[in-house]
Design a protein around this ligand. Structure first.
Ligand SMILES: C[S@@+](CC[C@H](N)C(=O)[O-])C[C@H]1O[C@@H](n2cnc3c(N)ncnc32)[C@H](O)[C@@H]1O
Length: 183
């Protein structure tokens, strides 16, 4: 499948540079939190925001989810398209960012590495304060109590031994369910 491309800004270009540095950035395995939280869920419609090289989207599609996957990086999407084809599954791949996404109904599962000590991240060249984190989204959803039910927002240990995420030992996990349209 060829990804759809429309204009994304500097954020996409930054991520393109990141992805272009190596042939494969991530392990190719689905995120452990996704597997833990969603293995028992009845397949439906899933939107993978920031799908990267597509491992999560492919895992979902294998389990009969109808998956749309977004990323700001065209380089990552091209890889995701290749892996989707090799896996023999169907995923709708779109080039775009989180703010382009509107998802009435459904669940939001947002996983980020814990950066409560920002120094290692700053040493690696970025400042976590520049990024939206699960706790920021939790605060924003608290302003919309009739529209979202936050089911979890917490730190969890992770054990990943391969790929670029192997150095992280704690994830921040936000799990929420859209209960209504915002008023
Ligand atoms: C930490 S990587 C995770 C990739 C993939 N989900 C995985 O677990 O292997 C974050 C991804 O989010 C993408 N991204 C960053 N900002 C984004 C935004 N505003 N909207 C959509 N994707 C974004 C990046 O290009 C990158 O692929």
């Amino acid at each position: 499948m060829t990804p759809d491309h429309d204009g994304v800004g500097a954020e996409g270009i930054d991520w393109d540079v990141h992805y272009s540095a190596v042939e494969q950035v991530w392990s190719g395995n689905p995120n452990g939190v996704l597997v833990a939280e969603i293995s028992d869920a009845t397949p439906g419609t899933a939107v993978d925001v920031g799908c990267g090289e597509g491992a999560d989207a492919i895992w979902l599609a294998h389990r009969k989810w109808d998956v749309t996957a977004f990323d700001v990086s065209a380089v990552a999407l091209a890889r995701a398209a290749e892996y989707v084809e090799k896996a023999g599954v169907t995923v709708q791949l779109l080039h775009g960012g989180l703010l382009d996404l509107v998802a009435p109904g459904g669940r939001l599962l947002f996983v980020h590495h814990d950066h409560s000590d920002p120094e290692p991240a700053r040493h690696a060249g970025f400042d976590p304060a520049d990024y939206v984190m699960p706790y920021d989204v939790d605060d924003a959803l608290a302003e919309l109590p009739d529209a979202w039910e936050v089911q979890a927002c917490e730190n969890r240990p992770r054990n990943v031994t391969t790929g670029a995420g192997a150095g992280h030992s704690v994830d921040v996990v936000l799990r929420a369910r859209r209960t209504n349209s915002p008023t």
